[in-house]
Design a protein around this ligand. Structure first.
Ligand code: DLL
Length: 465
C-alpha cells in the first residue's frame, strides 16, 4: 500500500492527498493516516480537523442537520475542538427511517455510486449511499484492518458474507483487493460447495458470520473432511454478537485464530473496528469514526472504561455523513496502548444491543449471557434459540439447545439431570429459572448469515442478535 501511496503523491498545501489516503506533513515528518503507529496526539489532531469540517459539511448539505442545529441554536463555528462533539445532537435509526430513503444524503444522487441497506431485522430498512471517495476510503480502511489480523497479499480469502444490499460481502471484498490478497466472492449459502472451494482452491482465510462458521464446521465433519486437510489459517468473523466461549469453540474446532470484525451499515459497514493478533479488543479506525460511549438512559458520556452505548461521528464520509449516531451496541473503550504497538482506541467485544435485552420477570438478560452458560456444558452445542412468552401473566424463557450427541445415546435420567444442571446454572448466574429443551443435533435451522436466535412472542417480533 505504501509504494502506491508515495509514487502518486500530489502536494496540496501541507497535505498530500493520494487517492483516499491523506498524508500530513509537519516539518520534516511524513504522516500517513493509515499507519499503525500514530500517536494519540496525531490521532486527535486528525480527528479534530475532520470533525470541524464534517460539522460544517452536514450543516451546509443535509437539511435534517441544519434544522437540528438551528433548533438548539448551534452554528458550525461553535465546534472548535474534539471536546465540543458533546454539544452536537444525536442521530438515531429512527431519524434515518423518517428520512427514508435518501433524505439524509449530503450529495446529489449523481454522485452516489453504491447503495446498501441495513438488514431491517429490527424494523424498516435504512438505506445508505456511498460516493466514489467513500468506497475508496472503505477499501483502504478494510485493507488496514485485515493487515492487523496478519492477512497479506499471499492470502486467499473466501468471503462467505452475503453479497447484495448487506454490506458484509462487498465491503470486505474491496478491502481484500486493496490489500492485494485474492478474494473468492462466494457469498453465503451452499455450504458443501463452500467447503469444497476452500479445500480445492487452497483458501487461507474464511470471512463469514461466526454462526455460519460453526455450521460450515458441522457440515465439514458430516462430509468427512478434517479442517487439518485445509490451508485455512484464520477466520474474520462478525456482523453478530458472539461470546468469548463461542470464539473459543470455533478456534478449537478449526484450530485457527478467529478474529472479530465490527461495523454497521449506517456508519460504513464492516471495518469500523477490528482486532489485532493480540485479540485484546477491537481497534477502532478512529481517523474515520469518532467514537464515544454514552449512558443510554442519561445520554451523558461515561468515564473511560465504563460500559455503555457506542456512538460514532463519521469523519470523512461524503454520501451519508452521520453526527453522533447511536448504534445501540454495548461496549467500552480502552485508550491504553495495545501490545501490538497501535494507539488506536480499542472497543471491547460487543456485549449485545440495548434493544436485544430481554426483560424476564423483571430481570435484564442479554442473549450472549445465555450463550456463555450453554457453552460451559460440553454436552451442548452452540446452536440454540431463545423464546420468550407470557403465560398466566408470567414471563417465561424457553431455551432450546442442540445436544452434541444424539438423544438416543442418553437415557431419560441423564437428559433430566443435564436439564437440571443447566437450569441451576441459569438461576445461579441470571437469577431466573427457564424451560430447557434439549434437542437433537441439526434440529435447529441454521442461518447462512446473521443468526436469528430470539423470538419474543410477547410482541410477536423476531429480534436479531
Ligand atoms: O453487520 C456489518 C458487518 C458485516 C460487520 C460483516 C462485520 C462483518 P449491519 O447489517 O448494519 O452491518 O448490522 C450492524 O450488527 O450494530 C451490531 O449490532 C452487529 N454487529 C456487527 N458486527 C458485530 C460484531 C453489519 N463483530 C449491527 N460483534 C451492529 C457483535 C456485531 N455485533
Amino acid at each position: 500500500m505504501k509504494e502506491k501511496i508515495y509514487d502518486k503523491g500530489n502536494i496540496v498545501n501541507n497535505i498530500y492527498q493520494i487517492g483516499s489516503a491523506t498524508i500530513f506533513i509537519k516539518g520534516d515528518e511524513l504522516m500517513n493516516d493509515l499507519e499503525e503507529n500514530l500517536s494519540r496526539e496525531k490521532i486527535a489532531y486528525i480527528q479534530e480537523e475532520r470533525l470541524i469540517k464534517t460539522v460544517k459539511y452536514v450543516y451546509e448539505n443535509v437539511p435534517f442537520y441544519k434544522r437540528k442545529f438551528d433548533e438548539i441554536g448551534l452554528i458550525p463555528e461553535d465546534i472548535r475542538s474534539l471536546e465540543d462533539v458533546k454539544l452536537l445532537p444525536f442521530t438515531t435509526k429512527q431519524d434515518l427511517r423518517e428520512n427514508y430513503p435518501y433524505g439524509m444524503f449530503a450529495v446529489p444522487m449523481d454522485r452516489i455510486v453504491r447503495i446498501h441497506a441495513s438488514s431491517g431485522t429490527t424494523g424498516t430498512q435504512t438505506i445508505v449511499g456511498y460516493t466514489q471517495k467513500d468506497i475508496d476510503v472503505w477499501a483502504d480502511i478494510l485493507a488496514a484492518t485485515l493487515k492487523r489480523y496478519g492477512v497479506t497479499s499471499k492470502d486467499m480469502v473466501q468471503v462467505a458474507y452475503g453479497y447484495g444490499l448487506f454490506t458484509g460481502g462487498l465491503g470486505i471484498h474491496y478491502g481484500i483487493e486493496r490489500l492485494g490478497a485474492s478474494v473468492i466472492p462466494i457469498s453465503g449459502g451452499n455450504t458443501e460447495k463452500q467447503i469444497l472451494t476452500m479445500r480445492n482452491f487452497g483458501v487461507t482465510v474464511l470471512a463469514c458470520t461466526p454462526s455460519y462458521a460453526l455450521h460450515i464446521y458441522d457440515t465439514m465433519v458430516k462430509m468427512g473432511i478434517n479442517p487439518d486437510e485445509l490451508k485455512l489459517r484464520m477466520g474474520v468473523f462478525g456482523a453478530e454478537p458472539w461470546s468469548d466461549e463461542m470464539r473459543q469453540d470455533i478456534q478449537n474446532k478449526f484450530k485457527f485464530k478467529a478474529y472479530d470484525i465490527y461495523g454497521l451499515s449506517e456508519v460504513m459497514g464492516p471495518g469500523v473496528a477490528g482486532e489485532c493478533t493480540f485479540q485484546q479488543g477491537l481497534h477502532i479506525n478512529e481517523e474515520y469514526f469518532l467514537p464515544e460511549i454514552i449512558n443510554p438512559k442519561t445520554l451523558k458520556n461515561v468515564q473511560d472504561g465504563e460500559t455503555g452505548e457506542l456512538v460514532f461521528t463519521t469523519l470523512t464520509k461524503e454520501g451519508i455523513p452521520l453526527i453522533r449516531y447511536r448504534t445501540r451496541d454495548l461496549s467500552e473503550l480502552n485508550y491504553g496502548r495495545c501490545q501490538c504497538g497501535c494507539n488506536l482506541v480499542r472497543m471491547k467485544r460487543i456485549y449485545g444491543r440495548s434493544d436485544d435485552m430481554m426483560i424476564i420477570r423483571g430481570v435484564n438478560i442479554y442473549p450472549i449471557q445465555v450463550e456463555k452458560i450453554l457453552l460451559s456444558f460440553k454436552e451442548l452445542s452452540p446452536n440454540y434459540t431463545l423464546t420468550v412468552d407470557r403465560k398466566n401473566n408470567l414471563d417465561e424463557l424457553i431455551v432450546s439447545v442442540e445436544l452434541n450427541r444424539s438423544k438416543e445415546y442418553c437415557s431419560k435420567e441423564q437428559l433430566d439431570a443435564l436439564k437440571k444442571r443447566v437450569n441451576n446454572k441459569m438461576h445461579n448466574i441470571l437469577q431466573i429459572y427457564c424451560t430447557i429443551n434439549l434437542v437433537n443435533a441439526d434440529s435447529i435451522v441454521k442461518s447462512e448469515g446473521k443468526a436469528h436466535r430470539v423470538l419474543d412472542k410477547r410482541n410477536y417480533d423476531m429480534v436479531n442478535i
